[in-house]
Every structure is written in structure tokens, then in C-alpha cells.
Design a protein. Structure first.
Length: 139
């Protein structure tokens, strides 16, 4: 069995945003040479997420609206975490809901997805570089 590790770096210019990273993950699989196995993709920051869903703009706006209703950014003083000098308590909560990682099967050197599935990086406290780990194991 082989393993391969790669870091993807992103700097979302706004506080929140979603980025389709399916192409970069598939490129890492191709680089690895692994034909059959598993691919772990996880956000390496506690205010960011990796998840699988449809690449449809209406759905992305629905996520934005829903997450903001669940954990609104303001007022900042509604969160104890923000008393530490931070202003990102909502980002921690949004990440918890959206998840840290995904694992996808690799078949014949390709991500083995269902219909419409894509991998996304979700940023909830952006404007600085953050990384995503891609770890591939298999043969």
C-alpha cells in the first residue's frame, strides 16, 4: 500500500466563502499514482470546513443564509469566545455544523462520486491563508 500527502492553500478574500476544490483533489490523486484506495480531505483550521454537495449557486446562497441564521456573526458580544479578543466565534460554530473532512473512494484513479457530488472548501473566517490536507492511501 502507498500513501501520498499534499497541502492545498487557499486565501478567501472575504470573511466567508465556498470554493469547489474537486479539481485540485483529483490532481493530487493523479500525482499520487494510486488507482484504488481512499482519499481524505480535511480543513486544517478550526474556522474552515470541507464538505461534499452540489455545485449550484442557489444552494450555496442557501448555505450562507442558513448558517448566518444558525450562528450570526453579530452582535459580537453574544459569544463568550469573542471576549478573548477574537471576533470569530460564529466561524467556529459554522465549521462544527459543516464538518471538518470528507473521505472519498478512489476507483480507477478517479474520485468515485455519486451524481452531482463535488468537494468544497468552506471558509467562515477568511482573509488569510489556510490549508487543506489531502491524504491518499491505496495501491
Amino acid at each position: 500500500m502507498k500513501s501520498y500527502r499534499k497541502e492545498l492553500w487557499f486565501k478567501i478574500p472575504t470573511r466567508r466563502g465556498l470554493k469547489n476544490i474537486t479539481k485540485q483533489v483529483q490532481e493530487a490523486i493523479t500525482e499520487s499514482g494510486i488507482q484504488e484506495g481512499l482519499c481524505l480531505v480535511n480543513a486544517m483550521h478550526i474556522t474552515a470546513s470541507v464538505f461534499i454537495n452540489d455545485d449550484e449557486s442557489g444552494l450555496h446562497q442557501d448555505y450562507e443564509d442558513w448558517l448566518e441564521r444558525l450562528a450570526p456573526h453579530a452582535p459580537l458580544d453574544q459569544y463568550l469566545h469573542n471576549q478573548t479578543g477574537e471576533d470569530n466565534a460564529d466561524a467556529h460554530l459554522k465549521r462544527q455544523v459543516m464538518g471538518r473532512e470528507v473521505v472519498v473512494a478512489i476507483t480507477n484513479g478517479r474520485l468515485d462520486f455519486g451524481p452531482w457530488e463535488q468537494i468544497f472548501y468552506g471558509e467562515f473566517d477568511g482573509r488569510r491563508p489556510k490549508r487543506v490536507l489531502v491524504k491518499i492511501i491505496g495501491e
